[in-house]
Design a protein around this ligand. Structure first.
Ligand code: ASP
Length: 306
């Protein structure tokens, strides 16, 4: 049994499908007036975030509360991390307080993998550096399944800062395991050479990447992870890679427009595309609560059967 959710790279298609099936049930609870289950009654969930977050942190907290857990948040800026405590010591401290689920976000790729074997709590990776963000990819897949019936055979185009994105890596692992065809597009400086080895098609022009796509997913330009300028300017990025209504027309007419957030309006997408009929960006946020409920329910029942 796997007690943790560290990424989709090492998770089977069966476990991914089990999460998505459970999440469809959880989404009904999120959308009803009375949002309460007893699935995590008496359990404790701690969110340990070393990087900023709006959606991920709040949705883990609400998911825990909707399932009757005790939920608490710690951010690096308000903790003993500021006094020099190591990540391992902080994790041991949180574990020693009776924590059942430790949700972690860290700028270092592999941080949750380091902590998971050292604590009894189930560790959920809520984003580690440029590595993975498994619950984001799961909520993306849930949203696609709800709108399109399945991800199998769909053409998914992911455009933007591929290099720095943990979201794209988790999506590639998850979507290809479930039978989707993934293409990535962006400036060549923002696409690492190993991408093709992950079984995706690589394009340096938006229109080629989005031709006939069923889903067009934009990724944020991650300025905080760029040490040197990998493209001349935001304005130039938008000119060549930003998706407006004209570029969206290369995709299927009913293509979904998705983005993990936070969105830079007028950079990844024009405002008209973000607010347009094809956008399911807010729906993704709702799916995020449901997916996190499903993952925590499965982990609190012993984990993944693999
Ligand atoms: N919220 C996502 C993440 O934490 C995407 C982003 O920040 O661009 O990876």
């Amino acid at each position: 049994m796997k007690k943790d959710l560290l990424g989709l790279k090492d998770l089977s298609a069966e476990s991914i499908t089990a999460i998505l099936n459970e999440a469809q049930e959880m989404k009904k609870i999120v959308c009803q007036t009375e949002k309460k289950t007893k699935d995590l009654a008496g359990r404790t969930v701690v969110n340990l975030f070393y990087e900023n977050s709006t959606r991920t942190r709040l949705s883990f907290e609400l998911a825990a509360k909707y399932m009757s857990a005790n939920a608490a948040n710690i951010t690096a800026s308000g903790s003993s991390v500021q006094k020099g405590e190591t990540l391992i010591d902080t994790a041991h401290t949180i574990n020693a307080m009776g924590t059942d689920i430790l949700v972690m976000r860290h700028s270092m790729s592999g941080a949750p993998h380091l902590i998971a074997p050292l604590v009894n709590a189930s560790v959920i990776n809520a984003g580690d550096g440029m590595d993975e963000h498994p619950t984001q990819a799961l909520l993306d897949m849930l949203t696609i399944i709800e709108k399109k019936g399945s991800v199998k055979g769909l053409k998914i185009a992911i455009i933007g800062d591929i290099y720095h994105s943990r979201v794209v890596r988790s999506n590639i692992y998850g979507l290809t395991k479930l039978g989707a065809e993934v293409s990535v597009g962006g400036p060549s400086t923002l696409i690492p050479p190993e991408m093709e080895k992950l079984g995706v098609k690589v394009f340096n022009s938006v229109h080629e990447a989005v031709i006939d796509a069923d889903v067009v997913m934009g990724l944020r330009i991650q300025l905080e992870r760029q040490k040197s300028g990998l493209f001349p300017s935001i304005r130039e990025y938008y000119r060549f890679f930003g998706i407006d209504e004209k570029r969206l027309k290369f995709a299927k007419p009913d293509a979904l427009v998705m983005h993990p957030g936070p969105v830079n309006r007028g950079v990844e997408f024009s405002s008209s595309v973000i607010d347009g009929d094809q956008s399911v960006i807010n729906e993704q946020v709702t799916s995020g609560v449901a997916v996190r409920m499903a993952v925590m329910k499965i982990l609190s029942n012993g984990g993944f059967n693999e």
